[in-house]
Design a protein around this ligand. Structure first.
Ligand SMILES: Cc1cc2nc3c(=O)[nH]c(=O)nc-3n(C[C@H](O)[C@H](O)[C@H](O)COP(=O)(O)O)c2cc1C
Length: 180
């Protein structure tokens, strides 16, 4: 009989996989784009990743079964709006299926024409998207054509960890940890 210990790998079941993925703390962003008729759409993601400085590339992943998958797969531009800790309501709104997420929000137009959310911590406007199929998601890679960062030095991010939201309460002082 095999006795489980801490080194026994868990079988890769979806529930366990989701829980293990959740151990990787991320920020939260809303990816926005416009449909061909100009309607703004957006979806909360935590799959945003910086990829390359030269050329400037970023990516996010969109579920192939998402209602917005066809929009993001065909959009000529998209924007990644990085959320602040005070934007949990926006995060929830843009993760909820079944209604017009922009019905009470007036988007502003970015320099590439893409709709943007107000007051994000950072905004990356991306063009020339490339779509790479990957299992039940598509990876969408875009070239950053314009960016904004919030001027507020004390701006704090919204953090997603373990299936819930967190705020960064203290700044990690690497030098004090190094010398202790
Ligand atoms: C914190 C968080 C992160 C998410 N990250 C992603 C993601 O990276 N990719 C994705 O396709 N959906 C992600 N979702 C789910 C979408 O926001 C959305 O709820 C889902 O696509 C269902 O809505 P839709 O079918 O109308 O698009 C995330 C949801 C939450 C709450």
């Amino acid at each position: 009989m095999r006795i489980p210990d801490s080194r026994t790998p868990d079988p890769v079941l979806p529930r366990r996989l989701r829980a293990a993925f959740g151990r990787f703390a991320t920020g939260v962003a809303v990816v926005t784009a416009a449909t061909p008729d100009g309607t703004p759409v957006g979806m909360t993601v935590n799959s945003f990743t910086s990829v390359s400085l030269d050329p400037p590339l970023v990516l996010f992943c969109v579920g192939r079964r998402s209602r917005l998958h066809p929009v993001f797969a065909e959009a000529e531009a998209f924007a990644v709006n990085v959320l602040r800790e005070g934007q949990l309501a926006l995060c929830r709104r843009f993760a909820s299926p079944g209604f017009d997420r922009f019905d009470t929000i007036e988007p502003r137009e970015g320099s590439t024409g893409v709709p943007l959310l107000p007051s994000a911590l950072a905004v990356f406007e991306c063009v020339e998207p490339q779509t790479v199929p990957a299992g039940d998601h598509d990876v969408i890679i875009g070239r950053v054509a314009a960016l904004e960062t919030a001027p507020d030095d004390h701006a704090e991010p919204l953090v997603f960890f373990g299936g819930g939201y967190r705020f960064l309460s203290t700044e990690f002082q690497w030098w004090s940890a190094w010398h202790s």
